[in-house]
Every structure is written in structure tokens, then in C-alpha cells.
Ligand binder design. Structure first.
Ligand SMILES: [Zn+2]
Ligand SMILES: [Zn+2]
Length: 167
């Protein structure tokens, strides 16, 4: 994902970039094209890029294993300062552009922000009820008659202690 910024005049520009997730190095959960909507503010001294990454993900729900397709989005802001000296910046969102560079390569940034947009817990929906630990029934679709009190037994010692104090 490359922006040839020398093709742009000073001022505000809006454009869209798109590249297949695979080509960006995004694998596993990603498919299709990753789209990046950019607002570029170019001035004689710097370029400020305000971008939104939209990516398509497909994964199996962590709770019920249902195949889930979700669109994820992430915003990022990058500043590029024109500089004659070769300088490195440790700030991820603040970069230097030397005169011999006429392009900005967004590949790494888009990759990182798309990865960050993936939820830690991959669920089909926030309210997913998951599977019954005993019979495996998908509790989003059906209910079962399993007695799950064993699961609650971790509280039993506490309960008996409480009873003791109350007597
Ligand atoms: Zn689920
Ligand atoms: Zn069950």
C-alpha cells in the first residue's frame, strides 16, 4: 500500500486504498480486501494521514464454534515530517521523510492496525451462550436439561462456612 505523495498538491485530500489481506501478510482470520480510507493533509513541512482500516474476518466462535464473519475497523493517525538529515524516530506514529523518498509505504501500519482490530475473544456475538459443557448442545439454539450444579460446587465449602457462622 503505497502513496506517492509527490503527486498530491498541498492541502486536504481524501482517497481510498485497497489490497488483498493475503498480500498484506494478514492470514488466518482475514479474507478479502483490506480497505483504507485516508484523509491526507499535506503542507510544505509535513504530511498528516488520518486513516480508517476496514478488514473482513472469518473465525470460529470461541464459545460455540459457530463460523462467524465480521467486519473490523481501526483508525490511525500518522505524521510525516520532511527532513534533510537522515533521522529515525522511535515514535510509531511519527516518521521522517527524507527528500529522496517520494512514497509512503503504509503496508506495515495497515497490517499492525488490522491485527489490533481483531478482538481478543473471538465471539459470534457478545451474548453468545456457548455450548453446554455436559451434552454439547448449542445453547444459542436449544436448551438442554443437564444438571449443571456440579459447576456450582466450588461455592459449597464457602456456603457451609457461612452456615457455620450463622449458627
Ligand atoms: Zn458463539
Ligand atoms: Zn446439556
Amino acid at each position: 500500500m503505497i502513496i506517492k505523495y509527490t503527486n498530491f498538491s498541498d492541502g486536504l485530500h481524501e482517497f481510498k486504498l485497497s489490497e488483498p489481506a493475503k498480500k498484506l501478510g494478514l492470514e488466518e482470520s482475514f479474507f478479502g480486501d483490506v480497505e483504507v480510507d485516508c484523509k491526507m493533509d499535506k503542507s510544505p513541512h509535513q504530511i498528516v494521514l488520518n486513516c480508517t482500516v476496514t478488514a473482513h474476518t472469518k473465525y470460529d466462535c470461541d464459545r460455540c464454534a459457530r463460523e462467524t464473519i465480521k467486519e473490523v475497523k481501526n483508525d490511525f493517525l500518522l505524521s510525516f515530517i520532511f527532513t534533510k538529515e537522515k533521522q529515525e524516530s522511535d515514535d510509531f506514529n511519527f516518521k521522517m521523510l527524507s527528500p529522496e523518498q517520494d512514497k509512503i509505504d503504509l503496508t506495515t501500519d495497515v497490517f499492525e492496525y488490522a491485527e489490533l482490530a481483531l478482538p481478543m475473544k473471538k465471539l459470534c456475538e457478545d451474548e453468545c451462550k456457548g455450548l453446554c459443557p455436559k451434552c454439547g448442545t448449542n445453547l444459542n439454539e436449544n436448551s438442554c436439561n443437564c444438571d449443571l450444579t456440579i459447576e456450582n460446587d466450588i461455592w459449597a465449602p464457602l456456603k457451609s462456612l457461612k452456615d457455620k457462622f450463622n449458627n
